[in-house]
Write a protein that binds this ligand. Structure first.
Ligand code: ZN
Length: 375
């Protein structure tokens, strides 16, 4: 912390992160990263004295294999270089659709994972209090399979790295989709508490993350899932968060908070059906700021509306670094990308009958979780 109580906030980025991507009409557009940095620069967010801007580095094989298998890493490297190792494309989860192969995907994925480790290194060395690896949060990747636009699971890799350093880690995932890959990584461990709030798996990819999925063996009770119905809005989402997350995090008493800040919970997102606004997002970032111990590693995540992602992650970095930005978007950004206001001026229209039905279902979920985790 700085003497004025502000966190020393590290932002991890490089233009190399948005030079390559899945391409074509794929929804995970690298431009979302470029726009986020452009908006933060327009607000001069990096000029604050407590802000440190660093470049990510490539994760080594030794680091990537903290979670992934070596044969998967080798296949990603070969496919990335344009080699076609036979059945590898389908066997490792690649192919047309969610995870098409693209040239340079090994370098791109390695840099995003390396960004997470760079943040973890700086936190453990006491060089910053919060690190935002905004290009990461690729929470669906499995040990030997790409999944849901995710190739290397930077969050699982960084958490493994932190655990190896002796840290107790809590992972909280607020992406609209269940954080299945990270949960899987620590499903039998009591060193890492994973909590995922997401749109109900019966209605959205990856179709997992139910209330009864609470870990196995030593890890039983250390995986937590809060499935939410489509059209859950700010008020109901924040109520569920407050009922479940702070009591569990405080009881676990972590050394490091790792948060996945996917913003596809927004009502304008084209891939999911939750109904949050940027005000809800900002309240969640503030809740993390309250809850975080001395070390907080924040990752990005999903979010497929190019108008929403830069605004919400600008608000996130504002909370991390203790900066409040004027609501009117600076002209330099507006002229290039459009937009007027940092916060949404509209709210989703959801009928009272639907809201009340959702609230009732969420209440049942909260009660079940409180009983199950003895809250
Ligand atoms: Zn998502």
């Amino acid at each position: 912390m700085e003497p004025d109580g502000l966190r020393r906030a590290c932002f991890i980025s490089s233009p190399a992160l948005w030079r390559r991507g899945f391409g074509g009409k794929h929804p995970l557009k690298p431009e979302r990263l470029a726009r986020t940095v452009a908006l933060l620069e327009a607000y001069q967010a990096f000029a604050a004295p407590n802000v440190i801007r660093v470049e990510p580095r490539m994760a080594t094989d030794e680091e990537v294999t903290l979670f992934h298998t070596q044969d998967y890493v080798d296949a990603v490297r070969a496919l990335s270089a344009g080699e076609t190792p036979g059945q590898a494309v389908a066997r490792y989860g690649f192919g047309p659709g969610d995870n098409p192969v693209f040239r340079g995907m090994y370098e791109s994925s390695g840099l995003k994972s390396g960004g997470g480790i760079r943040g973890a290194e700086m936190l453990m060395a006491g060089e910053c209090d919060v690190a935002f690896n905004f290009s990461g949060g690729l929470h669906h990747a499995h040990p030997s399979q790409a999944s849901g636009f995710c190739i290397f699971n930077d969050a699982a890799i960084a958490i493994h790295w932190l655990v190896r350093e002796g840290a107790r880690v809590v992972y909280v995932d607020i992406d609209a989709h269940h954080g299945d890959g990270v949960q899987e990584a620590f499903y039998d461990s009591d060193r890492v508490l994973t909590i995922s709030l997401h749109q109900d798996g019966n209605t959205l990819f990856p179709g997992s993350g139910f209330v009864n999925d609470m870990g196995v063996g030593a890890g039983k009770g250390y995986s937590v899932n809060v499935p939410l119905p489509p059209y859950t809005d700010d008020e109901t989402y924040l109520w569920a968060f407050d009922q479940i997350v702070p009591p569990l995090v405080r009881r676990f008493s972590p050394d490091v908070l790792v948060s996945q800040l996917g913003v596809d919970t927004h009502y304008g997102d084209p891939l999911a059906n939750l109904a949050l606004t940027t005000r809800g997002h900002q309240a969640l970032y503030a809740a993390f700021s309250e809850l975080a111990p001395a070390r907080w590693l924040a990752c990005g995540g999903g979010g497929y509306n190019l108008d929403v992602v830069p605004r919400s992650w600008t608000l996130a970095f504002g909370v991390m670094s203790g900066q409040t930005f004027p609501d009117e978007i600076p002209a330099s950004y507006r002229e290039q990308y459009g937009g007027h206001w940092l916060h949404d001026r509209e709210v989703p229209s959801i009928s009272e009958a639907v809201r009340s039905r959702i609230r009732h279902r969420v209440e049942e979920t909260i009660r079940a979780l409180q009983k199950q985790y003895d809250l």
